[in-house]
Design a binder for this molecule. Structure first.
Ligand SMILES: C[S@@+](CC[C@H](N)C(=O)[O-])C[C@H]1O[C@@H](n2cnc3c(N)ncnc32)[C@H](O)[C@@H]1O
Length: 220
């Protein structure tokens, strides 16, 4: 009998996911990683601070509206770390989208999401225009995952006028991956007002990300 091939150590999953040549390949990694993802990224050596930083920024924007009236979409919700951080502000509802069903199952166990659906963020999102007050997307605009087009425009489309999209984009692909250009295009078209800030992302790895905020402007 041939020996079973051991699963890769969890630290390798992120590296493999970032090297994925296709969404299908990326999913085969997240589907295996789901069960140990929270332990791995919650490891003190990793210091994955992005979920809390983005949740804080999103909650700050929701204050004008009153968090209790705020409906949030967590795009690329994974196991629900961002939803859990957002739930502290007691928003009206948090919905989640992700392509990996095993990741969505763990998110469901958190009990903080209203609806959780499988969706490929590299394709149009199956939601009406202006559904959400706030859209967050953390750790999903990274190498081998989701690109800027059509995702950024789609996240803005499902956001209400004057609502915000708050997203992280891995610093090394902000320009090379076309995110900066896509944001410039959305601004030139008068669709959004954008702000960008460089933040720590996975502190333990020295990874930095652009924290992008897109406020949706009224259509001309
Ligand atoms: C690094 S995890 C981040 C998860 C969560 N937002 C967090 O911060 O813990 C990246 C997530 O992106 C999802 N993902 C990758 N490609 C995707 C795609 N094309 N459409 C939707 N989700 C995708 C993965 O399944 C995974 O849950």
């Amino acid at each position: 009998m041939s020996p079973a091939i051991p699963a890769p150590p969890p630290a390798l999953y992120l590296k493999q996911a970032r090297n994925s040549p296709s969404s299908q390949e990326c999913m085969s990694i997240y589907d295996k990683w789901a069960a140990t993802y929270n332990d791995e990224v919650g490891d003190s050596a990793q210091e994955y601070v992005a979920p809390v930083l983005v949740a804080r920024a999103a909650i700050k924007y929701s204050e004008a509206n009153g968090p209790a009236n705020t409906i949030i979409l967590d795009a690329g919700c994974g196991t629900g770390l961002v939803g859990q951080a957002l739930s502290i502000a007691r928003p009206k509802a948090i919905d989640g989208l992700d392509l990996s069903v095993p990741m969505l199952e763990i998110a469901r166990d958190t009990g903080v999401y209203r609806d959780l659906d499988q969706a490929d963020l590299n394709k149009p999102i199956n939601k009406p225009d202006g559904t959400y007050d706030t859209v967050v997307c953390v750790g999903t605009f990274t190498l081998g995952h989701v690109g800027p087009n059509p995702a950024l425009r789609e996240l803005v489309r499902v956001t209400k006028t004057h609502g915000v999209v708050v997203a992280t984009i891995l610093k090394e692909i902000w320009i090379s991956g076309g995110f900066k250009d896509e944001v410039a295009k959305l601004q030139e078209e008068g669709v959004v007002r954008a702000t960008e800030e460089l933040i720590d992302y996975v502190k333990g790895h020295g990874d930095k990300a652009v924290l992008l905020t897109l406020e949706k402007l009224p259509s001309a």
